[in-house]
Write a protein that binds this ligand. Structure first.
Ligand code: KG4
Ligand code: ZN
Length: 404
């Protein structure tokens, strides 16, 4: 169901419900920025042994936890039902069983409590997580709090990188989107998850690959290319506070981590493709990198060191493609800001590379707090604040294949 947004119908306290996959997230957000409460229950542990989300299991867990999550959200926010101005819910894209639970709950609450119901596209919700307090402008190294709320200036390009999507979108204002490109095969998060499985790492694979990649010792020439000093110069600014201290992400080594004699020159034995970095389109393709890793796993018996190298190079390839395409679109459309959202936006390497001032000039680069990059109810509530479109509750239908 395409939505025409009634902009500027702003509700004060919005209850946002997210249930598109394996997370059940409900949040109360005030004035489109302040999170009063944000509760997320995840069935991720139940899926670990299968190496990916089992839709039926995810849906059943949604049914089990949605009411306790709702009660906890309202209790934590300490607001009465009368103080809730509207109910928002993600109605797609996602797994139909999971979606139905959130959508039907939202419809019921809207009818019983007599509140407006605002449907939200989950993908657009990921973008709007950048309007919540706690969003960091990586170039200015400031974290938005209260009156210092960061402002995303338009036009902006938005990159959505999640388990199911990799989309690049031009945003000329609130609710004004133009799709520029997307993945032709696997989504970025999906590729992280599949490569993790090949490397015998648990689901979800993104954080595991990131952890493993940190163990990889780059050979000298490649190491110097990444200019550790420039990363460290950007750390420990008072404005950054404790939220996204780059020094935590890239701790300053006390001394060089290895000497030439310690370095195992045989270690650097794998190369992975960086697909679609050139060309005039804004599409992506990640299944080739995944297949290259799969082929390596068949060809070699991979040691821990080998796996660290593959994890590093896989993350490097994915980040390079995402950053290049985003920067290219930003320069083509002369935008003022870059906003990134979705689970893969939690990746520290992606955060620091996307905001590298040498590459993006004067652009402001926004990432939500890490917990707000992955699925949650607050991103649904803030999106509803900016893109209000009331629908009669009984007419709303979940749409698993909803797109931009
Ligand atoms: O947005 P999200 O929570 O759910 C979907 O809408 O799909 O994204 C989940 C995806 C998973 O594929 C997970 O592996 C990936 O985000 N992810 C990461 C990181 N944290 C989560 N990928 C790379 N690095 C991370 N730190
Ligand atoms: Zn998502």
């Amino acid at each position: 169901m395409p939505l025409n947004y009634d902009l500027h119908i702003n509700f004060m306290n919005i209850l946002g419900i997210e249930s598109t996959c394996d997370e059940t997230g409900i949040a109360l957000v005030k004035d489109g920025k302040q999170i009063l409460s944000n509760v997320v229950a995840s069935s991720v542990n139940l899926h670990k042994k299968y190496g990916g989300v089992v839709p039926e299991v995810a849906a059943r867990e949604q049914v089990k936890v949605i009411i306790p999550v709702l009660k906890e959200t309202i209790a934590q926010a300490d607001v009465s039902v009368e103080e809730i101005d509207a109910i928002a819910c993600a109605y797609g894209p996602g797994l139909i069983g999971s979606l139905l639970v959130g959508v039907e709950t939202a419809k019921t609450l809207a009818v019983v409590w007599n509140k407006p119901l605002i449907p939200v596209n989950h993908l657009i919700g990921h973008i709007y997580a950048n309007w919540l307090e706690g969003t960091t402008d990586y170039r200015l190294r400031t974290t938005a709090v209260d009156s210092r709320q960061s402002t995303v200036d338009f036009p902006a390009v938005a990159l959505i990188v999640s388990g199911g999507h990799t989309d690049l979108v031009l945003m000329t204002g609130h609710g004004k989107f133009r799709f520029l490109g997307g993945t032709r095969d696997d989504a970025a998060g999906e590729a992280f998850d599949k490569v993790a499985r090949i490397l015998d790492l648990p689901y979800p694979g993104g954080p595991e690959i990131e952890k493993l990649a940190k163990n990889y010792k780059l050979p000298r020439p490649e190491r110097s290319r990444y200019s550790l000093s420039s990363l460290h110069e950007r750390t420990d600014t008072p404005e950054l506070g404790s939220m996204y201290s780059l020094s935590r992400i890239h701790p300053r080594p006390k001394s060089p981590r290895y000497s030439a004699s310690e370095y195992n020159f045989k270690q650097n034995k794998f190369t992975l493709p960086k697909p679609m970095t050139s060309g005039d389109n804004f599409d992506f393709s990640f299944s080739g990198i995944k297949t290259a890793v799969f082929n390596l796993s068949k060809k070699f018996s991979l040691s821990f060191q080998d796996k660290t190298e593959i994890a590093y190079k896989f993350q490097d390839a994915v980040c390079e493609v995402l950053v290049k395409k985003t920067h290219k679109s930003a320069s083509k459309y002369h935008v003022k800001s870059i906003v990134v959202g979705g689970g893969v936006a939690a990746n520290s390497e992606l955060r620091s590379r996307m905001s590298d001032p040498a590459k993006n000039g004067k652009l402001n680069v926004f990432f939500p707090e890490k917990e707000l990059s992955i699925d949650n109810g607050a991103m649904i509530a803030v999106c509803a604040y900016y893109l209000s479109k009331k629908v009669p509750p009984l007419f709303l239908k979940a749409d698993p294949s909803l797109h931009f």
